[in-house]
Design a protein around this ligand. Sequence first.
Ligand code: TRP
Length: 451
Amino acid sequence: MAGTTQTTAHEHWGSRLAFVLAAVGSAVGLGNVWKFPYITGENGGGAFVVVYLACIALIGLPILIAEILLGRRGRMSPINAVAATARREGRSPAWAGVGLLGMAGSFVILSFYSVIAGWALAYVGRTATGTFAGADAATVKAAFDALKASPWQLVLWHTAFMALTAVVVGRGVRHGLERAAKILMPGLALLLVILIGYAATTSGFSAGVDFLFTPDFSKLSTHSVLIALGHAFFTLSLGMGIMIAYGSYLAPGTSIAGTALSVVVLDTVIALMAGTAIFPVVFANGLEPAVGPGLIFQTLPLAFGSMPGGALFGALFFLLLTFAAWTSTISLLEPTVEWLQERGQGRWPATIKAAVTIWALGVASALSFNVWSGYTVFGQNLFGALDFLTANIMLPLTGLGVALFVGWGMSTASASEELGLGETLGFRLWHLAIRFVAPVAVVVVFVYNLL
Ligand code: TRP
């Protein structure tokens, strides 16, 4: 029986703070600083931001609450937590398939995520050694293009990042990393403030802020809405069971809604800060906001190259970004490792097997930027196709499953008992969101995009 053979793969959270840190550590990552600005750039700016914020508030937050609730109710790994809760509620054990789809998503996301995290790692050394001092936009772009064009460098940095991830996961997520996150996340926020200060001195500040915060809905397509929805899931680490797993170690009595709200607010603030730091530099230097995945690597070095102490601040910034990505990759590797452990493997062998397989898939993503760039899937390179498939298809589908299960599969009494909110207005609003708003929105966005 799934429930009785369950082994504990994670350590337990000592406190609510530890849980919030781990959840924020998972949520805040490349999604906030790398992906959010570039997809905003590609999708026309302010109007996209409005849709994204609506997705976060109406779909992301309710589903985050639902995932944590499910984890704490089931008290097991994602697949088994859903299975156990389904049994308890007299529902079909087939609901556990939701957890399975999520696990597959984590596997694929990690493979390309590690490639990009490797770029951040590469930029620590580049900025520290003053590569960008006084550089102009063309030089910075050439340096980035050279990195992307080099299969060896990309594979090397990707390998380094997977190794970093495996070392931590193999040992179990130690308090060292959680404690580090407590110092590093505020550090990242502080450096973003410094960068925003710099951005405010550039001639592009008002253009950048306008681009980000003044909506022009004529620039929005239904495809953009799908991207915004997918990103809401990606940035909050939803739709993969991560938050179910993390929630399973949350102490009874801790406020789930309050905790989820702090995760969402922190995550959103960091993304908006990153956008505010980046777009003024884009406009001040006559760059294109829609350059895609290379956006921060082609803009921020310009800022660092022209500010006093730029080599130091630049190296620190990319180091903190590396750490933010690291706390996310750990959470991405965990579900696969846990699943292998449940099949009777030791923690280290499970970690190494999972990491090596994911690494190999990542190598294919890395090569899709150069030697294999000629091969395209749905008109994109492999990296782009995997990103699209996971973030915009798999995560929302898993999220839909979670919403349907918690909203309809579980009784209102169980949900309200677990949340501890009684029948308050807050509970009713959440229940409405999880039963109707979130599932309908996901289905509508999907149907529009498939037709
Ligand atoms: N949320 C992380 C980011 O924004 C990435 C991430 C970590 C993730 N765990 C996840 C995305 C689980 C989806 C599902 O960078």
